[in-house]
Design a binder for this molecule. Structure first.
Ligand SMILES: Nc1ncnc2c1ncn2[C@@H]1O[C@H](COP(=O)(O)OP(=O)(O)OP(=O)(O)O)[C@@H](O)[C@H]1O
Length: 286
């Protein structure tokens, strides 16, 4: 869908570049995560891709055509759900959607989207009376309203309780299953594991690694298994290499002769990989 080559961007008032040469592609039907420490340029990159920030260097194509050559039609193609809710607070949820529907050639039935996001009962309430979580869900309704081919999401589950976060995550997956493409940023590594087909880690304005979460864990993990077992009334702990485990006599002896309490392969977590790759602490948002 997108091909980004040698992307550079500097905010007009800044001296230093924020984006210092990005290269990546987003394939149709994938959920692509853009990760990295706060301030590294994730939102900036998304804003460039949705043509809010236009003065960049490098090449970006969308469906093979130069992004700069797209006009208003580009916004028929994409759905945007960013952190800051964009609604008219004096209008009801339904009135907001009726307003936005008029901006697009195609649109979903707003009632159906409201039902999916658990907001149908509140459709005639003013947005000003919505809770923060309801506003975030409303943002998602708006992002899907024009039946977009591609969704841009910035921290889609931040600020949601686990039940509503689950609803959003299921909808993102459902969207992908129907052929949709998603680019998202998040600081929540659980969301990354649950959702992303591939992730790009950014550090200092560049992409330092792109891979699937599974491959990252395999590459960065230690290929070991840790066994906790009971021996003569005491707890013992041993670590074995996964390579050659099928012929490791000591491992067999432990498994055969003792009661096993726990057995875990020692995969690294994405949190650890995040810090290792980007060199940055990552902040969990509630
Ligand atoms: N309008 C602006 N003018 C000048 N500098 C900006 C502007 N918006 C962002 N920046 C700077 O650009 C850098 C990247 O910001 P950006 O919002 O893209 O980071 P991010 O990776 O999305 O961070 P977060 O995870 O906190 O959302 C930061 O140093 C930020 O201060």
């Amino acid at each position: 869908m997108f091909k980004v080559e040698n992307l550079h961007f500097t905010y007009p008032k800044n001296k230093e570049e924020t984006i210092k040469g990005l290269d990546f592609e987003i394939q149709q039907g994938e959920i692509f995560g853009l990760l990295g420490p706060s301030g590294v340029g994730k939102s900036t990159t998304q804003k460039i891709l949705i043509k809010i920030l236009r003065d960049f260097d490098g090449s970006i194509t969308y469906k093979g055509k130069n992004l700069k050559d797209y006009g208003r039609d580009f916004y028929e193609e994409i759905g945007v759900g960013f952190e800051v809710p964009v609604h008219f607070s004096k209008l009801t949820a339904m009135e907001n959607l009726e307003f936005f529907m008029k901006l697009y050639k195609n649109h979903e039935a707003p009632e159906e989207l409201l039902k999916k996001l658990g907001l149908y009962e509140d459709r005639n309430k003013k947005i000003a009376e919505f809770s923060r979580g309801m506003k975030i869900r409303m943002n998602f309704v708006k992002a899907l309203l024009n039946k977009p081919k591609m969704l841009f999401l910035d921290e889609p589950t931040a600020g949601l309780d686990p039940k509503n976060a689950r609803i959003i995550k299921n909808l993102i997956r459902e969207y992908r299953e129907q052929g949709g493409t998603v680019i998202l940023t998040t600081h929540l590594m659980n969301d990354v594991e649950e959702l992303c087909d591939r992730v790009a880690f950014m550090a200092e304005g560049k992409i330092v690694e792109i891979n699937s979460p599974k491959n990252l864990k395999l590459q960065h993990g230690e290929r070991q298994v840790e066994v906790e077992y009971e021996k003569e009334g005491k707890m013992e702990n041993r670590v074995f290499s996964l390579d050659g485990l099928h012929e490791d006599e000591e491992f067999f002896q432990v498994v055969k002769n003792h009661r096993i309490i726990t057995m875990h392969s020692k995969e690294t977590t994405l949190d650890d990989i995040f810090i290792e790759i980007t060199g940055g602490e990552h902040r969990e948002k509630s």
